[in-house]
Ligand binder design. Structure first.
Ligand code: ADE
Ligand code: ZN
Length: 324
């Protein structure tokens, strides 16, 4: 029987199937010709990927579009034997389309609930700020989350271009999110080196790192991640697709795991990287050579690190342990 799965790093707009984007583009009379060719996303590097992501996001213009997107993604996760998904929402992207924070959250939560009723999958939302929009926007996002608590929004994160702004400038936003009791994560160690990961630990107080693979460049940092149980949300297919590493042979997933750093397997922006959670798990087995027991350890790590209430966590861990 195929393995159960859990994912804790996926951007909801980045999970949008090109077919869904084209359908909504037609409805709103928008041209997606610059980012979708022959039914597939096209971009050439991190900068053009982020632009394509923004363009695709612009078809989600009503709360119901977000509900449909979220439902579509969670249904697909459940079809892949995934029992838990944590998705990044971006209130900045939704606001550009005139969707308010509470409407966005209600819509995403409804999409998760609809998928749960049909399939049993559990899900939560990590609201993110966009790093290249700067520290003031980030603080505004954190304040909005704190002022509008919702049981399905359990974390705060940061995506976007990690090559700009100093991490320390985002400390006020993370302090607000921490005070609100949210789980904390941030993208680092993807396009910037090991120092960017250390900066997130020192200035933002995160318990998880999005990607973090370039921690491999610093053995002292690796020991710290292991000792402090900082979990890396690794997205191997994304890393190869975006050129962070040339090949799976040179990707550090195995070395991180063997050094005792807690790692998880995730899809990031699946159709942009021509991947799925299924494919990422296949890669773990067939490109990295991990056996089922080790892959189950990655899934357990994801559930243990999930920004989740304890009864739901226990229920999911039990499902994983009793699955044969
Ligand atoms: N936003 C969506 N995908 C991202 C990634 N891989 N890195 C940074 N920001 C992102
Ligand atoms: Zn990401």
């Amino acid at each position: 029987m195929s393995l159960l799965k859990a994912e804790i790093h996926c951007h909801i707009e980045g999970a949008a199937d090109p077919d869904l984007v084209l359908r909504l583009a037609q409805k709103y009379d928008l041209d997606m010709g610059s980012i979708i060719k022959d039914g597939k996303y096209v971009w050439s590097d991190f900068t053009t990927f982020l632009k394509a992501y923004d363009r695709a996001s612009s078809v989600f213009r009503t709360p119901d579009d977000y509900r449909l997107l979220t439902y579509d993604y969670f249904s697909k996760l459940a079809d892949q034997n995934c029992i838990y998904g944590e998705i990044f929402g971006s209130s900045d992207h939704a606001a550009l389309m005139g969707i308010g924070y509470n409407d966005l959250v209600e819509a995403m939560a409804a999409g998760i609930e609809d998928a749960k009723v049909q399939t049993g999958i559990e899900g939560r939302i990590i609201m993110t700020c966009v790093r290249h929009l700067g520290p003031e926007s980030a603080l505004a996002v954190a304040e909005t989350i704190a002022e509008n608590p919702h049981p399905m929004v359990t974390g705060f994160g940061m995506g976007g271009d990690e090559r700009i702004f100093d991490v320390s400038e985002f400390a006020p936003a993370y302090a607000v999110a921490a005070d609100a009791g949210l789980g904390l994560t941030a993208h680092a160690g993807e396009f910037a080196g090991a120092q960017s990961v250390r900066d997130c630990l020192d200035h933002l107080g995160v318990m998880r790192i999005g990607h973090g693979v370039r921690s491999i460049e610093d053995p002292e940092l690796m020991a710290r991640l292991r000792d402090e149980n900082i979990v890396l949300e690794v997205c191997p297919g994304s890393n190869i697709s975006l050129g962070v590493y040339d090949s799976f042979e040179t990707h550090p997933l195995r070395m991180l795991h063997e050094a005792g750093v807690p790692v998880t397997i995730n899809s990031d922006d699946p159709p942009f990287f021509h991947t799925t959670l299924n494919r990422e798990y296949d890669l773990a087995a067939n490109a990295f050579g991990f056996d089922d027991e080790t892959i189950n350890t990655f899934t357990r790590t994801a559930l243990e690190a999930a920004f989740l209430d304890e009864p739901t966590r226990s229920k999911l861990l039990k499902r994983l342990e009793t699955h044969s």
